[in-house]
Design a protein around this ligand. Structure first.
Ligand SMILES: *[C@@H]1O[C@H](CO)[C@@H](O)[C@H](O)[C@H]1NC(C)=O
Ligand SMILES: *[C@@H]1O[C@H](CO)[C@@H](O)[C@H](O)[C@H]1NC(C)=O
Ligand SMILES: *[C@@H]1O[C@H](CO)[C@@H](O)[C@H](O)[C@H]1NC(C)=O
Length: 152
């Protein structure tokens, strides 16, 4: 194997994910909860400019709550009534008595002249710890395989 080959493998396996991560600036925070628990999602970063509305969305399209900063009015959507608490002071969203169907991607979006995500969570409800152990074991095998490939 030539040096160029090695370089290509190195770039693909190590540098590429790094570049990819910096390009997609939104880091998804994983949260695992058991059924019946309360989960608090807080805003992870400050919006860059002033904003008029703040929304928490599920899976990017389903609105959970919308809050208007100017008239300080909050609107919790019917399917989430009695199940979520929105804090108007720090914009955190609490999901009460969480169920399996509440699993999904939750994002906080501030909108004014432009929109930006200020919180991003991947909530998994009722996941068994067994699954994640198998996952990390296979990740170790992939890593060993790549290491082996580089040494040839
Ligand atoms: C937001 O405010 C609520 C109520 O005061 C508090 O329980 C919670 O810890 C706060 N969250 C953060 C991230 O500061
Ligand atoms: C607050 O502003 C929003 C967006 O402009 C509007 O939809 C809502 O009706 C207003 N609420 C009140 C109570 O004025
Ligand atoms: C969220 O987490 C689950 C379980 O770990 C995973 O299968 C899924 O791909 C994740 N989704 C996103 C958008 O990261």
């Amino acid at each position: 194997m030539t040096l160029t080959h090695l370089l290509v493998i190195f770039v693909v396996t190590f540098i590429n994910p790094l570049i990819f991560n910096t390009v997609s600036s939104d880091i998804i925070q994983p949260i695992t909860a058991q059924r019946g628990q309360s989960v608090q999602l807080s805003v992870q970063k400050q919006p860059k400019t002033a904003f008029d509305d703040l929304e928490w969305l599920k899976d990017k399209c389903d609105v959970v709550v919308s809050y208007n900063v100017k008239n300080k009015s909050e609107h919790i959507y019917p399917s989430y009534k009695e199940r979520v608490v929105f804090n108007t002071g720090n914009y955190s969203l609490t999901l009460k008595n969480i169920q399996e169907k509440d699993s999904g991607l939750y994002s906080a979006r501030a909108s004014g002249e432009s929109d930006f995500d200020i919180g991003l969570y991947n909530v998994t409800v009722g996941a068994s710890s067994h699954g994640s152990t198998t996952e990390s074991v296979s990740l170790i095998w992939i890593f060993l395989f790549l290491l082996g490939a580089m040494m040839i």
